[in-house]
Design a binder for this molecule. Structure first.
Ligand SMILES: [Ca+2]
Ligand SMILES: [Ca+2]
Ligand SMILES: [Ca+2]
Length: 378
């Protein structure tokens, strides 16, 4: 670590401010003037490859272009890279050289006042990555600025800053630093039997060599299933017994250091036919499933009031929840009845209706048994 400051000592020693009204208050570093461009710099002019991280709480915005954030490779003339959270609900990664701003990447991000969020700007060689609340949302490549100080800054906004850290991203031998976590997987395509994923790349102080893809059929499962050198697309089989599958990914360097695993992306069990048509109207909710009889070999017969649809209901999925956190797909059927085998304690069941375009609606989750539980009404 090159630097850290949590302002618990009540001062801002080591910071040099320009513009604005800066003070240490409530063990945070505050900028209280909404009218001016304000910057507080720290660190060393020779810093090159590093991550500057901070928690920031925007307190007031002057207009829709107001912003608060971090800067890296700040030169004495004010040239720098920046990562900001903006009043117009964006996060922005960019460059200022000789007073000229160039936006390099943006993403949507709700920028509510008063809420703390973490921003981390990583600069390594020509690679720039903007991380918001642990997720690398923004990537860019730029060669204009190679070194400089770190800073926190506001533009027509007031804000509190806290927990500043600057971590070096230079290669070490042996390499003991894990890569930054990659982006959470996003779904490219779901077919009746597969799901295809991709994710945003990340960086390492030496280099990312591959990504590990994890999947789980239950909330508590996270099983490595695939290792790939790029960021996909990767196609995985969809388990036929999963009510939903959760996917996450981590990055690994050549020394075997593994990043934090991303948040999961959950994908519900797809219908058994390809998605067709542009119908956007979901079916009505099917009725609660009722145990209406048993087969000769003891399996349960569930029935429910059919759903209706503007086009047609094509399929029902019967979902079983047992032992608090076990969730399974019991059946896919085209009629409002299914023969099921139920094991486990305190079984609960629900039914989901699908149309041809995969619009869906679910019944309430009810105990598995002969009498439906009335749904509480508001
Ligand atoms: Ca503090
Ligand atoms: Ca490393
Ligand atoms: Ca429909």
């Amino acid at each position: 670590m090159l630097l850290s400051d949590d302002f618990q000592d009540g001062n801002a020693a080591g910071w040099r401010t320009s513009g604005g009204r800066w003070s240490v208050a409530d063990e945070t570093f505050r900028q209280d003037s909404v009218s001016a461009r304000a910057t507080a710099r720290t660190g060393d002019q020779s810093w090159s490859d590093y991550a500057v991280s901070v928690r920031v709480q925007p307190l007031a915005y002057r207009d829709s272009r107001s912003s608060a954030g971090v800067q890296a490779r700040v030169q004495s003339d004010g040239s720098h890279y920046y990562l900001t959270t903006r009043a117009d609900n964006k996060v922005e990664l960019g460059r200022v050289v000789s007073g000229r701003t160039t936006v390099l990447a943006t993403a949507d991000y709700a920028s509510a006042l008063q809420f703390w969020r973490s921003l981390s700007l990583v600069v390594k060689g020509s690679q720039l990555i903007g991380v918001v609340n642990g997720t690398p949302l923004l990537n860019a490549t730029d060669t204009r600025l190679t070194r400089g100080r770190a800073a926190v800054a506001t533009n027509y906004a007031t804000a509190a800053f806290d927990d500043v850290r600057v971590d070096g991203w230079t290669a070490t031998s042996p390499d003991t630093q894990a890569p930054l976590a990659p982006g959470r997987p996003s779904v490219v395509e779901v077919t009746p039997t597969t799901v295809t994923l991709t994710w945003r790349p990340t960086i390492d102080n030496v280099g990312v060599v591959d990504y590990i893809v994890y999947q789980g059929e239950q909330f508590y499962q996270q099983i490595p299933v695939r290792t790939v050198t790029g960021t996909g697309p990767v196609t995985l089989p969809f388990s036929p017994t999963a009510a939903s599958m959760q996917f996450s990914v981590a990055a690994r360097d050549a020394a075997g250091n593994v990043s934090l695993v991303t948040d999961r992306t959950s994908v519900p069990q797809p219908p058994s036919y390809p998605k067709t048509g542009d119908d956007a109207v979901a079916p009505s909710a099917p009725g609660s499933p009722v145990l209406s009889g048993r087969t000769a070999d003891g399996r349960g017969i569930l029935t429910w009031t059919p759903a209706t649809d503007n086009v047609a209901v094509r399929e029902y999925h019967v979902i079983l929840v047992t032992n608090i956190d076990e969730v399974r797909l019991l059946a896919k059927v085209s009629e409002p009845t299914a023969t099921v085998t139920v094991n486990g304690s305190n079984p609960l069941v629900r039914v989901i209706a699908y149309d041809a375009a995969w619009n869906s609606a679910s019944s309430p989750l009810v105990p598995y048994g002969p009498t439906p539980t009335p749904t509480p009404t508001a």
